[in-house]
Design a binder for this molecule. Structure first.
Ligand SMILES: NC(=O)c1ccc[n+]([C@@H]2O[C@H](COP(=O)([O-])OP(=O)(O)OC[C@H]3O[C@@H](n4cnc5c(N)ncnc54)[C@H](OP(=O)(O)O)[C@@H]3O)[C@@H](O)[C@H]2O)c1
Length: 337
């Protein structure tokens, strides 16, 4: 099969590194352009772990140079910086998968929770790349907004039940993430002495992923129930566990509904016991377990925040945008024990 050349902006970050690893083993994509920011100290080389494996030079990001050697760009950048690059890259004819939040939300919601949006024209046409729920549109897209990690883990579990949720009730989501979810820059919360042997909530009921989950529950599931989201940080490098509680309109056979919804989906596993982070860490899998008592349903999901919550989902979207099977080249084997 003919190779497709792709590039990454933000190679020095956590999701950028995960993208490189997936692309090095991908049967069709070839990594042809790597860029970091001007401040990247080791601009001439990639992460030390890639020594002897990948010799791609690291450039200061330049969209025109990227256009000369690539068809598609992954943006593994902070929000705001991502839309500056995406706007230019799209104008030059590149396809873009943006891992940041810049193209995920409707403009007023984005501006309420992030910053002024400088590329509303492209925002209107961006496809929200929750792969199992959006394949048809992603196939035709030039710009895919890769979903956030908490929204991915939450929505994949809750969406199959959206039609059965009592709109008078709230959707409660208790979520836990490893510290790589915050990126590579050190902060008080992710400092070793703070997070080691510790566990705490942050941004309760005010995290930016709450409106993302609510907006997409409405978009894909026509579910208008309010979302109440409490994220926690746990002393793990990677992985994410969600406990969602929903009140149903009437008792249902939740497991059958879940199995029917994801029939034939290679990277969704319906479990018969509560899910575990280590079963999915290092993979694109989303594991789901459900338990019900009358009209109360508990939905339990696990993903790798850096992969299904970011880089492997981005590659799945790129696969679709380039006319490939979305599951091509995605990591399957977990980092156990
Ligand atoms: N981590 C996750 O689990 C996760 C999950 C889903 C989505 N995301 C999103 O994915 C994006 C990347 O996340 P990450 O965790 O990989 O972050 P990260 O580890 O902090 O890496 C960010 C990258 O962006 C570069 N960068 C920062 N400021 C820049 C600027 N002004 N101009 C050019 N490059 C700049 C950094 O370069 P330097 O090395 O020079 O600073 C670095 O390569 C973020 O928008 C994040 O919200 C992350």
């Amino acid at each position: 099969m003919q190779k497709i050349h792709v590039g990454i902006i933000g190679v020095s970050g956590y999701t950028g590194l995960e993208l490189i690893k997936i692309l090095l083993a991908h049967p069709v994509f070839t990594l042809a352009y790597c860029a970091g920011s001007e401040s990247y100290e080791e601009l001439s080389s990639l992460h030390k772990s890639l020594e002897g494996i990948c010799k791609e030079p690291v450039h200061v990001a330049n969209m025109r140079e990227a256009r000369e050697c690539c068809e598609l760009l992954f943006l593994a950048l902070p929000h705001k910086k991502a839309m500056e690059c995406a706007k230019e890259a799209l104008a030059l004819g590149l396809k873009v998968v943006d891992l940041s939040a810049d193209y995920r939300l409707r403009a007023p919601t984005y501006e309420q929770h992030y910053t002024e949006h400088i590329d509303k024209e492209n925002l209107e046409h961006a496809v929200y790349g929750l792969v199992e729920w959006q394949r048809a549109l992603a196939r035709k897209a030039r710009l895919v907004a890769n979903p956030g990690c908490y929204p991915t883990a939450s929505l994949l579990g809750i969406l199959p039940f959206a039609p059965y949720i009592d709109p008078q009730s709230s959707v409660y989501i208790d979520a836990k993430s490893g510290t790589s979810g915050a990126g590579k820059n050190l902060s008080n919360n992710t400092h070793f002495a703070t997070i080691n042997e510790n566990l705490f909530a942050y941004s309760p009921l005010s995290h930016r992923h709450e409106p993302e989950i609510a907006e997409k529950l409405e978009l894909f599931g026509k579910c208008h129930a309010p979302v109440r989201f409490i994220p926690h940080l746990v002393p793990l490098t990677r992985g994410m566990l969600v406990s969602a509680f929903v009140r149903l309109l009437a008792p249902i056979d939740a497991e059958s509904i879940l199995r029917d919804c994801y029939l034939g989906e290679k990277f969704i596993r319906i479990r018969n016991e509560p899910v575990r982070i280590k079963d999915v860490a290092g993979t694109h899998f989303c594991d789901i377990f459900v338990q019900q008592k009358g009209k109360d349903l508990w939905i339990n999901t696990a993903i790798d925040n850096l992969l299904r919550g970011a880089s492997s989902q981005a590659v799945a979207n790129a696969n679709l945008m380039c006319g490939l099977d979305d599951t091509l080249g995605l990591p399957m084997v977990a980092y156990v024990p």
